[in-house]
Design a protein around this ligand. Structure first.
Ligand code: NAP
Ligand code: MG
Length: 398
């Protein structure tokens, strides 16, 4: 059999611990036998990040600007314990944070729906994709504890020194205040990323804020989405047969619970933080989630939503058997290959990515799965496979 060729490369960002082990197995059993893999490889494993003073992370993000498509393995974000474990020169920043800052994107997360792993919300039939704005609001706030009686104000000083003021509260006792911000440019790129992703995946887009209470702050989010939709997307949405729907956040929550799924839910930063954990746990598991960073310029970085599965890695190092779920990492690869195929008009590559996803789902549906899924499946007789045998079972099906 001739291997499928790739005209342009994808940026390959290798990572750490158990997911680095899975990465190698996936390439060996599921990709290389079928595809002449064309990747530009960057080793984002912590040792190499440390050796290059984290330059490799910056280089890999810049490579995405050139090649447009990347696939990333989970990576360690160093903390104090990792400083000693890896003898680090510095507590390097989160690679995902560095890459997001360079590509300026929105993160889309969607559950991988499989028969036998049922969502706890009975009427959810199709995945719900959460699009989380990743800049500002309460994540970049300034807070004060107010000790007692006094006046708190918001003050803005323009570049010529003119001040405008708004009273927050006249305190007659102790209390608290909080200042937060966002910038139009970031909200605009968030909106465009969401509209583009909706068109790409042919799904409706929902957006919600609390604009009735927050008449300037949240209302600005609502207005920016609406202006961009009217000016740039209305026609395209009509042609694609999808819709943009705005409502209040509490109404959105009620409607989401009663829906069948199958849409994108754009969330402000805090709402996205809270709602993505609700949606992912209701659908089953972080190891059954896809995650992609989409930049407004049309760059795509695919990854797994979970971390490096450290506990399993230590078992692996001791020579013990592991049963680590590789589905999210496999889907990071298929997402990237699919997008590469689409951009290069490479139908064979797209078809391959599709077959690999179907083989993965079919393997689980016929009862072969890793331990995490065996614990939650409705299948009465699941066969629990170890990390490598699960990947081999998919390869056999493929
Ligand atoms: P984690 O790697 O997501 O694992 C937490 C626990 O969730 C695991 O111990 C395991 O539970 C379960 N789990 C997660 N993924 C699984 C999979 N694929 N198959 C089976 N079980 C899975 O989070 P963590 O242990 O808190 O973090 C480890 C490292 O990952 C940290 O250094 C952190 O910085 C990094 N991290 C990276 C990313 C990223 O690169 N995107 C994201 C998050 C965390 P059991 O142990 O009960 O089996
Ligand atoms: Mg969170």
């Amino acid at each position: 059999m001739d291997k499928i060729k790739m005209t342009n490369p994808i940026v390959e960002m290798d990572g750490d611990e158990m997911t680095r082990i899975l990465w190698k197995m996936i390439k060996e059993h599921l990709l290389e036998p079928f595809v002449e893999l064309n990747t530009e490889y960057y080793d984002l494993g912590l040792e190499h990040r440390n050796a290059t003073d984290d330059q490799v992370t910056v280089d890999s993000a810049n490579a995405v600007k050139k090649h447009k498509v990347a696939v990333k393995c989970a990576t360690i974000t160093p903390n104090a314990a990792r400083m000693t474990e890896y003898d680090l020169k510095e507590m390097w920043k989160s690679p995902n944070g560095t890459i997001r800052a360079i590509l300026d994107g929105t993160v889309f997360r969607a559950p991988i729906v499989v028969k036998g792993i049922e969502p706890c919300v009975r009427n959810w039939k199709k995945p719900i994709t959460i699009a989380r704005h990743a800049y500002g609001d309460v994540y970049k706030n300034t807070e004060m504890k107010i000790p007692g009686t006094g006046k708190a104000e918001l003050v803005f000083t323009d570049k010529d020194g003119r001040e405008s003021r708004e009273l927050i509260h006249e305190f007659d006792g102790a209390g608290i205040i909080q200042g937060m911000h966002n910038v139009d440019r970031s909200i605009e790129s968030f909106a465009r990323s969401c509209f583009n992703y909706a068109l790409d995946t042919k799904q409706d887009l929902w957006f919600a804020t609390k604009d009735t209470i927050s008449k300037k702050y949240d209302h600005t989010f609502k207005d920016i989405f609406q202006e961009i939709y009217d000016a740039e997307y209305e026609e395209k949405f009509k042609a694609a047969g999808i819709m943009y729907f705005y409502t209040l956040i509490d109404d959105a929550v009620a409607r989401v619970m009663k829906s069948e799924g199958g849409f994108i839910w754009a969330c402000k930063n805090y709402d996205g933080d809270v709602m993505s954990d609700m949606v992912s746990s209701a659908f089953g598991s972080l190891a059954m989630m896809t995650s992609v960073l989409v930049s407004p310029e049309g760059f795509y970085e695919y990854e797994a939503a979970h971390g490096t599965v450290q506990r399993h890695y230590y078992k692996h190092l001791k020579g013990e058997e592991t049963s680590t779920n590789s589905v999210a990492t496999i889907f990071a690869w298929t997402g990237a290959l699919q997008k590469r195929g689409e951009l290069d008009h490479n139908r064979e590559l797209m078809a391959f990515a599709d077959r690999l996803e179907k083989a993965t789902i079919a393997t689980i549906e016929e009862g072969k799965m890793t331990k995490d899924l065996a614990l939650i499946t409705t299948n009465p007789n699941p066969v629990v496979l170890n990390s490598e045998d699960f990947i081999k079972a998919i390869a056999e099906r493929l």
